[in-house]
Write a new protein. Structure first.
Length: 128
């Protein structure tokens, strides 16, 4: 986030903490795998790791894994990577709306109180 609040798309004078106006450039391509069966999800993430090693994978506190990959320098490479992720069942919502909330490491799900546990973390893959 670039600020606590920003103007909404429909009414720029109306302030909200969840807007594109206060969202900076994408740092991670976050893939949320809700649709593929949970037993498939680790394999899908491992397949994607051949093209871009993940920085983090976390359990959503529900049924899915969320994989965080660093963005590529070239936007065309991000587009190709997203196309592959979507073909494997990643949710398009996080692509279409860069202000969309994503599950956070060690956060708690409101619906069931479960912790969003980190399953994998590789700090060496962070890009500045």
């Amino acid at each position: 986030m670039t600020a606590r609040e920003g103007g909404t798309k429909k009414d720029p004078s109306k302030l909200s903490a969840h807007t594109l106006d206060n969202t900076g450039p994408r740092v991670f391509n976050v893939f949320d795998f809700d649709s593929p069966p949970s037993e498939w999800q680790p394999g899908l993430i491992m397949y994607l790791a051949q093209f871009c090693p993940p920085v983090m994978v976390l359990h959503s506190g529900g049924k899915s894994l969320h994989a965080w990959f660093p963005v590529f320098e070239k936007e065309s490479d991000n587009a190709k990577f997203w196309a592959l992720g979507l073909a494997l069942g990643a949710d398009v919502t996080l692509l279409k709306n860069r202000s969309q909330f994503a599950r956070m490491p060690n956060g708690t799900r409101k619906e069931n109180g479960k912790k969003q546990e980190v399953a994998f973390l590789d700090l060496t893959k962070f890009r500045s």
